[in-house]
Design a protein around this ligand. Structure first.
Ligand code: SF4
Ligand code: SF4
Length: 96
């Protein structure tokens, strides 16, 4: 099991989540304009859920039906993307 970033993150990318993650498992997808969690690194601590102002992070078994595809997207893409450990690195630049 792991936590999953879903569609509400797209184009928002506050990156508040990366500041609280104890194991640095958030990765930046520039092409999707969102962050993704590597499920093999996530320890399911759950602190990122409350940190996300868009309510875009869910436990894998609680991902809403319309965002189920993001389980596979996080699993297949996150690990090959750059790790984001600071809000500045992950945050979307306004107007970009
Ligand atoms: S807190 Fe993290 S998961 Fe939530 S919208 Fe911002 S970058 Fe995305
Ligand atoms: S549940 Fe914990 S370990 Fe997993 S991404 Fe969120 S903060 Fe990181």
């Amino acid at each position: 099991m792991a936590h999953i970033v879903t569609a509400p993150c797209i184009s928002r990318r506050h990156a508040d989540c990366v500041e609280v993650c104890p194991v640095d498992c958030f990765h930046l997808s520039e092409s999707r304009d969102m962050l993704l969690i590597d499920p093999l690194e996530c320890i399911d601590c759950g602190v990122c859920v409350a940190a996300c102002p868009e309510n875009g992070i869910f436990m894998e078994e609680e991902v809403p039906e319309q965002w189920q595809e993001y389980i596979a997207i996080n699993a297949s893409e996150a690990a090959s993307l750059p790790v984001v450990t600071t809000r500045e690195a992950g945050r979307r630049v306004e107007g970009s």
